[in-house]
Design a protein around this ligand. Structure first.
Ligand code: ATP
Ligand code: MG
Length: 206
């Protein structure tokens, strides 16, 4: 029998949603680690749409900046891609919409939604988490300063994974730029340069 007659195994696609304002090495290590542990064929980074309101009392950078920084950060990895589904839909992003759109784009794939402890807790408190579990398998990654309580989670749809400790957050990167401190080695080199070129996160920014 030729290879054309063998059933094609379902592709395994990781989905890494985030504001990515800016994307940093914590995101990249988490995606790489989950990709390796779960044998993922691809990890799709999905920057969120532009919220209509300020989030946590701050203005989120324009979607195009966050999208381009994510493209720069992931360009060298053949298994990393970036999707515009949340940006092009517009408005605040709901994981349900992200997963529906990606399921339509990747009909032959199983989706693995990768998320930090903070976001996972929020997702599970939603009205209808079962709907999310039908769309994807969830992988909660722990980061320094956050603890994941596995009790009460549906074990068949969620895994918890500790990623190498990287105490990096976008909030800290933004604060550093605003204070004139370096973000070299916290974010990819191209992202350092993009931030400087576009004067992002500066106190005098418009
Ligand atoms: P902010 O400080 O603005 O909240 P962030 O660093 O948490 O930014 P997000 O874009 O909000 O970055 O994160 C996207 C996803 O990556 C979330 O699921 C978040 O929990 C996860 N994440 C963020 N930083 C890390 C890290 N250092 N290690 C592992 N996962 C992380
Ligand atoms: Mg966050």
């Amino acid at each position: 029998t030729g290879p054309e007659q063998e059933p094609r195994p379902r592709r395994r696609i990781g989905v890494m949603g985030g504001t990515f304002d800016p994307v940093h090495h914590g995101h990249l290590v988490a995606a790489s680690e989950v990709g390796s542990r779960f044998g993922l064929d691809e990890v799709v980074f999905v920057p969120t749409g532009e919220p209509w309101q300020k989030v946590d009392d701050r203005r989120v950078s324009p979607a195009e900046h966050r999208y381009l920084m994510t493209v720069i950060a992931t360009a060298a990895n053949p298994r990393f891609t970036v999707s515009r589904v949340d940006i092009d839909r517009g408005g605040p992003t709901y994981t349900k919409d992200t997963l529906r759109d990606l399921a339509a784009l990747y009909p032959d794939a199983d989706l693995y939604f990768i998320t930090g402890a903070d976001a996972l807790t929020a997702i599970l408190s939603w009205k209808n988490p079962d709907e999310l579990f039908q769309l994807a398998y969830f992988i909660g990654v722990t980061r320094p300063g956050h603890r994941l309580d596995g009790s009460g989670l549906p074990a068949d749809r969620i895994s918890l994974l500790e990623v190498p400790a990287l105490a990096i957050s976008s909030t800290d990167c933004r604060d550093r730029v605003a204070d004139g401190e370096p973000v070299w080695y916290l974010v990819p080199d191209g992202v350092v340069q993009y931030i400087a070129k576009h004067r992002l996160y500066r106190p005098d920014a418009p």
